[in-house]
Design a binder for this molecule. Structure first.
Ligand code: FAD
Length: 547
């Protein structure tokens, strides 16, 4: 019997991770990607000798990456193994900071493909008054810095730490891989979420422990890196603090793009086919309402036994599936959902000066004068405010090979409203970018930047909408809010069409590279439950009965 054929639409982290698992599980997988190379949000821009990762830069949970590189064809795609085997869990009283510093990056399988290094501190968080907090997961250094800001918050930090750990253990280690395909699965966990106080907003949650505005920001900003408004995202996301503390923050040498290339290589080594410059314009659905392939923009059709979309949720249903097939995901529902904010990201390289010791870290969060007000402007009022906060990435502090000799390569990312705001970015963009670069220069983050700049380009919400086919130019998919969580988040197994599945940031469990790799495993499990593992023996492939 021949293996079942799968077409995956999109070669983002989600499509590639799923492709690797399905190939390992014996399927015959083709990934079709609209852009000229894989990566999606993690696309790489090469410009004037500089290499810029366009998207994700903070890698967490390195064993998710190791799991993928360790897969071989002929197994079950790693789907039956424990999700958090004991060797990846720290002993109860482990000193996380020491483990991380000593390097728990990746593992033997990963190191055959890419080198991953721990980064410390995780982030430097600059406040508007010029002071900063170096956040590194080391409890002693954290306590010292809290004491310097607000001694009365030391006791709150101990409680926060205890309660965030409880959320991490239940919400991530025990429930992280739960697929909420029906309301009953969700109802079963609701009492626990209330008990952990994980349903209030993350900012409300941190405010219970910290009086200082600065510390409330330090312990709530991380969700912005996965498209969540700290004022709205449920406190279950306090787990991010613990995920980072437990496994550290890592960087792929050569940039995240090196990891993308390694994933693509692994997929092809397992026998998968990756086709770039192949945009899908229709998912083909037969009379029994089953997905049976895709049609590309140039009219070519690819037949398949099942189809997976790694594209944006709203784009998948409204643009790729005929309306007549969409009982559960009609236009009104897609439009009624809330989508994450968008971003302006400026990629720039600049000359080092003689003996310069740049006073920045690899990851810098530069907060503006307002926090709650600015978040409300971006997510709710949808206006472009005069002030802004940013995440400044300086990867050449870790890997100088990303810039020509004597230069740094950076990007700075500024959350802005998505295209529902109606802002004309062609008109506003240049002024906005100039304002950001001037601020970095004049406020001394990169003194003399404007004279030293060697290359610069930027993207706005138009890029997310146009190049990444993202609804309203959202940067992170469906917004993570309580009402878009678990069962209420788009389902990885389509309720409308048999043999159609979703993977990636818009599906369960959510955005961010670790979640998207989890999403791939959850979708692979759904596929294997429906279609069985395709066993590969003596060069022949047989379908083993579905579980
Ligand atoms: C600027 C930025 C910084 C980020 N930083 C971090 C970070 O530091 N750490 C972190 O964990 N996360 C970060 N994230 C989030 C993370 O990058 C994403 O959640 C994740 O990469 C999404 O992966 P995905 O596979 O779901 O989607 P995508 O990467 O968007 O992949 C989807 C793919 O589908 C393709 N596609 C769409 N439509 C079609 C079609 N019709 N036909 C064919 N192909 C199609 C697209 O071209 C794209 O390649 C960041 C995101 C951004 C934008």
């Amino acid at each position: 019997m021949t293996a079942k054929r799968v077409v995956i639409i999109g070669a983002g982290f989600g499509g590639l991770s799923l492709g690797i698992r399905l190939q390992a599980a014996g399927f015959d997988t083709t990934i079709v990607e609209a852009l000229d190379k894989p990566g999606g949000r993690a696309y790489v821009r090469e410009q004037d000798g500089f290499v810029f990762d366009m998207g994700p830069t903070v890698l967490t949970v390195p064993h998710f990456i190791e799991e993928l590189f360790a897969l071989e064809r002929g197994g079950d795609g790693g789907l039956d193994a424990p999700d958090f085997p004991s060797h990846v869990l720290p002993p109860p009283d482990a000193e996380d900071a020491v483990r991380i510093r000593e390097g728990v990056s990746g593992g033997p399988a990963t190191s055959k493909y890419v080198t991953i290094r721990p980064i410390l501190p995780f982030y430097r968080i600059y406040f508007d008054d010029g002071t900063y907090f170096d956040y590194d997961g080391d409890p002693e250094s954290t306590r010292r810095q809290i004491e310097a800001i607000e001694p009365a918050d030391l006791e709150g930090y101990e409680r926060f730490h205890r309660d965030a750990r409880a959320i991490f253990e239940r919400g991530f280690l025990e429930l992280g891989y739960t697929y909420f395909g029906d309301p009953w699965t969700m109802l079963k966990v609701v009492p626990d979420l209330f008990k952990l106080d994980a349903v209030r907003s993350l900012f409300g949650f941190t405010s219970r422990y910290f009086k200082s505005d600065k510390l409330r920001q330090v312990f709530s900003f991380e969700t912005l890196l996965v498209g969540g408004n700290p004022l709205r995202v449920p406190a279950i996301y306090a787990m991010i603090h613990f995920v980072e503390k437990t496994w550290g923050i890592h960087f792929a040498m050569g940039g995240t793009g090196a990891l993308v290339q390694a994933f693509a290589r692994k997929f092809e080594e397992l026998g998968g086919t990756l086709r770039c410059n192949a945009s899908v314009d229709r998912i083909l659905v037969n009379d029994q309402r089953a997905a049976r392939g895709v049609r590309l923009a140039d009219g070519e059709t690819l037949e398949a036994d099942l189809v997976v979309s790694n594209a944006d949720y709203a784009t998948t249903y409204t643009k790729l599936v005929d309306r007549e097939h969409r009982r559960w995901n009609p236009d009104w529902k897609v439009r009624a959902m809330r989508y994450s904010m968008s971003l302006v990201v400026i990629y720039f390289g600049f000359r080092k000066t003689e003996g310069e010791n740049l006073d920045l870290q690899h990851h810098n969060i530069i907060l503006g004068p307002r926090y709650e007000g600015l978040l409300t402007d971006i997510f709710d009022r949808k206006v472009l405010a005069d002030d802004f906060s940013q995440y400044l990435h300086v990867p050449t502090l870790t890997d100088p090979s990303l810039a020509p000799e004597g230069h740094h390569a950076c990007y700075t990312l500024i959350p802005v409203p998505h295209k529902g705001a109606g802002i004309d970015w062609e008109e506003v963009g240049p002024r906005f970018v100039d304002k950001v670069l001037t601020m970095l220069d004049e406020e001394g983050y990169i003194p003399g930047l404007r004279e030293r700049i060697a290359t610069m380009s930027y993207i706005t919400p138009d890029y997310f909408e146009g190049s990444l086919q993202s609804w309203l130019g959202n940067a992170f998919g469906v917004e993570p809010r309580l009402e878009h969580s678990a069962f209420f988040r788009p389902h990885n197994r389509s309720e409308d069409i048999t043999d159609l599945y979703l993977v990636g940031a818009s599906a369960q469990p959510g955005a961010g590279t670790p979640s998207v790799m989890m999403s791939a495993k959850m979708t692979a499990r759904a596929i294997v439950a429906d279609h069985g593992v395709q066993s590969v023996a003596d060069g022949k492939t047989d379908e083993v009965a579905a579980k």
